[in-house]
Design a protein around this ligand. Structure first.
Ligand SMILES: [Zn+2]
Length: 107
């Protein structure tokens, strides 16, 4: 079972998959189609543990606490979902949105 819990600023959500929680960017319907597609590919890589584009695999990062750790996926530089490709698109999207107000639907 998967449930989604948006964070207060709407930029990210906690995705609960069974007993595992993932902190992932929110994918909003008003995002540009390319950004939505790239975020879905990143989410798929996170959940499957392997990127369908560059074949990078997930590794465990430094544990943050007992039973709380980081999942790292080091995409190849050319990968369309690498941080360097997606982060600027995300930053541009959020910079053009008005500040979230109470009651705004985070998507
Ligand atoms: Zn990749």
């Amino acid at each position: 079972m998967t449930t989604s819990h948006p964070l207060a600023d709407g930029h990210a959500q906690i995705l609960l998959v069974g007993e595992v929680a993932y902190l992932v960017p929110t994918i909003r319907p008003d995002m540009p189609p390319r950004l939505r597609r790239l975020l879905r590919l990143r989410l798929e890589a996170t959940l499957k543990g392997r990127c369908s584009r560059c074949s990078a695999t997930a590794t465990a990062g430094t544990p943050l606490a007992p039973r709380l750790g980081e999942l790292l996926i080091e995409h190849e530089g050319w990968c369309p979902v690498a941080d360097g490709a997606v982060a600027p698109l995300l930053a541009r999207y959020w910079s053009r949105r008005p500040r979230r107000t109470t009651g705004d639907d985070p998507g």
